[in-house]
Design a protein around this ligand. Structure first.
Ligand code: SD4
Length: 320
């Protein structure tokens, strides 16, 4: 058995490529890296890699991570600028015994020395989004300033290859208009991602500040390790964290999770409307699903229609 599951519709081209590799006996590390690079390279996705939206100071600062579920090796970069493929730098760092999570200038120095491709990640389109947002913000009363967070598309994936190896990886430009130096859940082990080939792998998208309060990717892998099906594990962890946050703080940010176990069974859960995901296994061609959350925290999903798929691309590419 082999398979891949990923957050958001935007991952479907990547996992299609990854599936080709897995089908031919490819490695879960290679497949997930190539799948995420595909998303990083596509200029119209606003929260990942090239074309990602900038921070308050109009700089694109990116977070990414990679985890090998056999060895439990973890590599990550945070607040890194001007490199084309943060996920590959993260994977390279996962081979280091120490210094495997590097931030900002330190991460950039490492990437430069190792010969990773430099690229100005700030596109004209991202600048236009930035200027538009600045205008909107100055038009608002100080008391109702826009929150920095609007829409989110971090890519997070879980992958299983034929040998039973599992991996997890993430890549994001984080929250639009974030403070310089702000780091979300995506490069943080256990929060944005976790992989253990004995139990399963999971990854998150949503409001990093809240996802980190529950170490939610680790929690899902832990529940799968106790024998829970990935779907139940995702629903349980999301419902619990959502409830705890609401009880203690009056509100919960967006929490959306995907997971897969070593049998290739998978699951998803969310506390928002409009979460989509992409999945492929030996038994299922690459498919995009839309998730609906029920009152009781259970989540159902249905295949995205052709019309929805077309609309998605149209909105991504529409003039700003
Ligand atoms: C973060 N979890 O930096 C990320 C944001 C996200 O799509 O999911 N964006 O908090």
């Amino acid at each position: 058995m082999w398979g891949m599951i990923a957050t958001w519709r935007m991952a479907v081209e990547g996992i299609t490529k990854g599936a080709q590799m897995l089908k031919n006996g490819g490695d879960a590390g290679d497949a997930i890296e190539s799948a995420i690079r595909e998303v990083e390279d596509f200029p119209y996705y606003k929260s990942v890699g090239y074309g990602g939206l900038p921070n308050e100071e109009m700089e694109v600062e990116m977070d990414a991570a990679f985890m090998d579920g056999n060895t439990l090796d973890i590599g990550a970069v945070a607040a890194i600028r001007d490199f084309a493929n943060p996920v590959s730098i993260a994977r390279r760092l996962s081979h280091e015994k120490v210094n495997s999570l590097l931030v900002a200038e330190g991460a950039e120095k490492f990437a430069h020395k190792e010969g990773f491709e430099r690229k100005n990640m700030l596109t004209d389109r991202a600048k236009a989004h930035y200027r538009k947002r600045i205008k909107e913000m100055s038009a608002q009363a100080a008391s109702q300033k826009l929150k920095p967070y609007s829409g989110h598309d971090t890519v997070g994936m879980a992958c299983l290859d034929m040998t039973g190896k599992m991996t997890a990886a993430t890549s994001t430009s984080g929250l639009f208009m974030k403070k310089k130096g702000r780091v979300g859940d995506s490069p943080i082990s256990g929060s944005g991602f976790y992989a253990d080939s004995k139990k399963g792998a999971a990854s998150a998208t949503g409001l990093g500040e809240d996802l980190m309060k529950g170490c939610i990717s680790y929690e899902i892998v832990r529940l799968m390790g106790e024998g829970m099906h990935p779907q139940k594990a995702c629903e349980t962890a999301v419902a619990r964290l959502d409830a705890e946050l609401k009880e203690r703080r009056g509100e919960a940010g967006d929490l959306s999770l995907i997971a897969m176990n070593p049998k290739g069974e998978w699951g998803v859960a969310t506390n928002i409307e409009g979460f989509s995901f992409a999945v492929v296994t030996e038994a299922l061609e690459p498919t995009v699903y839309l998730v609906t959350r029920q009152e009781d925290g259970l989540c159902t999903y249905e295949k995205a229609s052709d019309e929805w798929m077309e609309n998605y691309m149209k909105t991504r590419m529409a003039p700003i």
